[in-house]
Design a protein around this ligand. Structure first.
Ligand code: GAF
Length: 405
């Protein structure tokens, strides 16, 4: 795992220290964590009911805290982009306007999760958040916060829902409180990720097949372009609308049900942009299924080729890449021993993911590094530097309760 990123134990220790400092009381009674993710392939397919292939990361959001006797909630966070810890206070008399989205933005994730928690009403609590998932880096910092918070609430007041409904509740929080009409991928893998595996998720049936990913000869390199992305802008919702429009013109419930033949036959009823968006989704769903099969067979070259096709499609047809991501992918592909590389996550910045032979890792990093020196200097507070090498134990795990003793 990337040596420069704090371990879960270090994050918990930092969060505990802050808790005692801010609240002047004994150590918190509960600690939980939930991972960020990297998506290997299957981009912008989840809200089209297609397939995705993410894996949980050893980068996590930790929440520590304790229940209080009243209805007051105080949450403190000490993450990257602020010098001082930030704090939000509200009370939960009747689940009224206290939970409406507002400022500060980061607190909306907490409010959203309380709003959609499946065993209301939740009691008052004090909590501290700490995270090693870079904010706006396309590694799912928001889903890891939502899922960590949901897991925290489960320790205060257990719910009787299953894991999938937990992921769905967290996805709803993102919709209503962060304003992002996201699919289910990020929350799903944060709840159900499995160590040593990627998950092939069918976003229609919500069934997942673990795909082993523990070959010691293989490395997954995540490279942060340090171009901050924000999915709350108009681009992500617009892509989703374009897909829904395409599906409706094709007479399908979703693009999952459409084929390239359907698209060609409907060509004169679709404008050019909508047609390109639909083509990306239809082909990406198919690519993802083939890629998962290739990974199972250890056919890494084939997998890598599909990764590059995915990137090119996201760049040219879906138009969610950016110059920095394209350059990082091109540079990675110049190195011998690299199987494939692509942007990962929603796009418009964030990270690339590269699959390569373990022995090629140092020369790959050396080759990529000069591309983003100004970004890395400008972002020194980022817990993860531009190049993160998940060489050992590179997959994460599902959200879980941690032992505080
Ligand atoms: C973001 C969203 F949150 C996901 O649901 C998914 O659509 C992804 O972008 C693109 O594949 O991470």
């Amino acid at each position: 795992m990337a040596s420069s990123c704090p371990s879960v134990a270090e994050l918990v220790a930092a969060a505990r220290g802050l808790y005692v400092q801010v609240f002047g009381e004994e150590a918190p009674r509960v600690a939980v964590c939930a991972p960020g993710r990297v998506n290997l392939i299957g981009e912008h397919t989840d809200y089209n009911q297609g397939f995705v292939l993410p894996m949980a990361l050893p980068l996590v959001t930790v929440v520590v805290g304790s229940q209080t006797s009243g209805q007051d909630v105080t949450v403190v966070t000490a993450t990257e982009d602020a010098d001082e810890p930030r704090r939000v206070d509200f009370s939960l008399p009747s689940y009224g306007s206290a939970l409406s989205p507002g400022l500060p933005n980061w607190a909306n994730y907490v409010k959203g999760v309380i709003q959609h928690y499946r065993a209301p009403p939740v009691p008052g609590f004090r909590a501290v958040i700490a995270s090693s998932v870079p904010l706006g880096g396309g590694l799912s910092s928001s889903a890891s916060l939502e899922v960590a918070f949901y897991t925290f609430l489960q320790q205060l007041q257990p719910d009787d829902g299953d894991k999938v409904s937990k992921a769905v509740a967290c996805q709803k929080a993102e919709h209503t409180h962060a304003g992002v009409p996201c699919g289910i991928m990020d929350q799903f893998v944060s709840v159900l990720g499995r160590e040593g595996h990627a998950l092939l998720i069918d976003c229609r049936s919500l069934e997942a097949t673990p795909v082993p990913l523990a070959d010691p000869g293989l490395v997954i390199l995540i490279t942060n372009s340090n171009v901050k992305h924000s999915l709350t802008g108009s681009e992500y919702p617009m892509r989703r609308r374009q897909c829904e429009e395409a599906a409706s013109i094709l007479g399908k419930d979703s693009l999952r049900d459409a084929t390239m033949k359907d698209l060609e036959e409907a060509r004169d009823r679709l404008d050019d942009v909508t047609c390109r968006r639909a083509r990306h989704v239809i082909e990406e769903i198919e690519r993802t299924v083939r890629a998962a099969e290739a990974l199972k067979r250890g056919a890494y070259k084939e997998f890598g080729k599909l990764m590059v096709e995915s990137h090119n499609s996201l760049r040219d047809l879906y138009e969610v890449s950016c110059r920095e991501l394209d350059e990082l992918v091109c540079a990675a592909m110049e190195v011998e021993g690299v199987f494939g590389s692509r942007m990962t996550g929603g796009g418009f910045g964030g990270c690339t993911v590269t699959l390569l032979q373990a022995h090629a890792i140092d020369r790959t990093i050396l080759h990529i590094q000069p591309l983003s020196p100004q970004h890395s200097r400008a972002e020194q507070k980022d817990p993860c530097p531009p190049n993160n090498n998940f060489r050992e134990g590179f997959t994460g795990f599902a959200s879980k309760m941690l032992n505080l003793n």
